[in-house]
Write a protein that binds this ligand. Structure first.
Ligand code: GUN
Length: 294
């Protein structure tokens, strides 16, 4: 059997276009342009590329983008003052402080300084706490796991009752992913680098979300036939046959796993494009709520 591919590129494009339509509709109805502020501290090249992609996506969709660059030497007080100023601006509906911050800065304090209603990254303690509690609703959810849920919706599968394994427990992906799947009534097991008998857990799973950051760590023999595989990993492995000298692989051995799984996301073109698409969706939602005064 060869698995059906979950086409993240196409679904991300649809999600972005829907966000653009919602932004245009909001503007026509209220005169409000959704606005996203991006804050980049220091010169990390990968972070600069990510922030650039987010700013470009805004411009394509009719979302105002306000870019702020602080030197790597910026103090905690300076960064907090920047966040405070953005919290107070009515034309800024979402605030994104690109992580990781330089070592000397307290990221947790910065994340929690962002007003929860502008926390379009969904990293704020209040939003994570609301996600964790039954019957409560966070304003925003971390974009990558929220994007995984959209990919799963597109398969038409019923998540309720599934045995799901989330591999990885980061604050950005693994933890909120597990909470989202639990809210969708899956039975969730979180595995990580210290898990004993990982293959036993994986072989029982109807759904595997791999977010451990190790190239091709999940092998086909660890998977149950018919499993749904979502691969969040994006790892560079050396490959002298390519122009760049490397290629991108996920946390799952894709070629072998697709012969076992029923559905699988490719890398690249699976989960990756969903992160920015969800950020755009959440920024427009933030503006819609501000317009409603709710
Ligand atoms: N660093 C890596 N991914 C992200 C993200 O989704 N948001 C922010 N703010 N920083 C990141």
């Amino acid at each position: 059997m060869s698995a059906r591919l979950i086409d993240g590129k196409r679904i991300a494009l649809e999600t972005r276009l829907a966000a653009g339509r919602a932004a245009a509709e909001l503007l026509a109805r209220t005169g409000i342009v959704p606005g996203l502020a991006t804050v980049l501290v220091g010169e990390d090249p990968a972070s600069a590329v990510y922030v650039g992609s987010k700013e470009r996506a805004c411009k394509e969709l009719g979302i105002a983008s306000f870019g702020f660059r602080l030197p790597a030497s910026a103090s905690q007080a300076e960064l907090e003052a920047q966040v405070d100023a953005l919290n107070a601006r009515p034309d800024v509906h979402g605030i994104l402080v690109q992580m990781p911050l330089p070592e000397h800065l307290d990221s947790d304090a910065i994340i929690d300084r962002i007003h929860p209603r502008k926390d379009v990254d969904g990293f704020n303690t209040l939003n994570v706490g609301l996600l964790a509690q039954r019957g409560r609703k966070p304003d925003f959810v971390a974009c990558t796991p929220a994007g995984v849920m959209v990919l799963l919706e597109h398969t038409g599968l019923t998540i309720a009752g599934m045995d799901a394994v989330v591999l990885g427990r980061s604050n950005i992906v693994g933890l909120p992913m597990a909470m989202l799947l639990q809210r969708a009534d899956a039975t969730v097991t979180v595995c990580h680098s210290r898990t004993r008998h990982l293959a036993d857990h994986l072989r029982r799973a109807d759904l595997v979300v791999a977010a451990i950051g190790r190239p091709e760590y999940v092998r086909a023999d660890m998977l149950k036939p018919g499993v749904v595989v979502v691969d969040v990993g994006i790892n560079r492995v050396p490959d002298p046959t390519t122009n760049k000298g490397y290629r991108l692989v996920g946390d799952v051995d894709f070629a072998a796993a697709r012969e076992v799984a029923s559905w699988i996301t490719p890398v690249p073109g699976g989960v990756g494009p969903m992160t920015i698409a969800m950020l755009m969706r959440q920024t427009v939602q933030a503006a819609e709520r501000a317009a409603r005064g709710s």
